[in-house]
Design a binder for this molecule. Structure first.
Ligand code: HEC
Length: 190
């Protein structure tokens, strides 16, 4: 049988505007792939719907739980810094500058551009609601006082940023800015 005869044998009688159609067998490898994908889809459907398959919500929850652990670790790192380390930062101009930047961007809306107090308390006086030790201030900044409107910054700032903003707050203590908010809390002397 010549090639010509072979082609003739596979020609169907479908004709569209003079264009004719062959009917060849699909390659076995292609058919096998096709059937395998159908079997896989059925299996995947059963696995996803009724077995171990996790929904998008469940995957999100699992990822979020992992992230929460990382953030809690970060937060505890910044909360466990020593008083001496924080006091040392107050003497470093680069830290104060970095802390001031964080303060202007994140804190000034509520505590005033000079820390004089607005919605939040005056941070330049010697009276503190939650403790005036630098380690205590770092705690307050990290965990916030959510029920009183002070946000927790642990999840948003790095430990370094929190330490430098605490150093900055220490550096403006006693600066007596104009329009200072009345003292709140207890007197703290270093
Ligand atoms: C949305 C407003 C808001 C923002 C933004 C905010 N605070 Fe506060 N902050 C408050 C309020 C309100 C309080 C008082 C909480 C209370 O009454 O217990 C407070 C309290 C504090 C205290 C404790 C003061 C004390 O007397 O013990 C510190 C320290 C402090 N904030 C630092 C910061 C820092 C640093 C930032 C920026 C990283 C910041 N806050 C951003 C509202 C805010």
């Amino acid at each position: 049988m010549t090639q010509k005869d072979d082609e003739q044998k596979n020609l169907t009688d479908h004709e569209y505007d003079g264009i004719r159609e062959y009917d060849y067998q699909l390659p076995t490898w292609w058919l096998n792939l096709f059937y395998a994908s159908i079997v896989f889809a059925a299996g995947y459907f059963i696995w996803y719907q009724w077995m171990d398959g996790r929904s998008i919500q469940e995957e999100y929850q699992a990822e979020k739980a992992k992230l929460d652990i990382i953030l809690a670790n970060e937060a505890s790192k910044s909360a466990t810094v020593s008083e001496a380390d924080l006091l040392a930062l107050v003497k470093e101009p680069a830290q104060i500058k970095a802390g001031k930047e964080v303060f202007q961007n994140r804190c000034a809306v509520c505590h005033g551009a000079q820390g004089q107090g607005l919605i939040g308390p005056n941070l330049t006086d010697e009276y503190w609601l939650h403790g005036g030790k630098l380690a205590q201030i770092a705690q307050t900044v990290t965990n916030g006082i959510p029920e009183k409107g002070m946000p927790p910054w642990g999840p948003l700032l790095t430990p370094q940023q929190i330490h430098s903003v605490v150093a900055y707050i220490r550096s403006i203590r006693g600066s007596n800015p104009p329009n200072a908010k009345a003292a709140q809390g207890e007197l703290y002397k270093e």
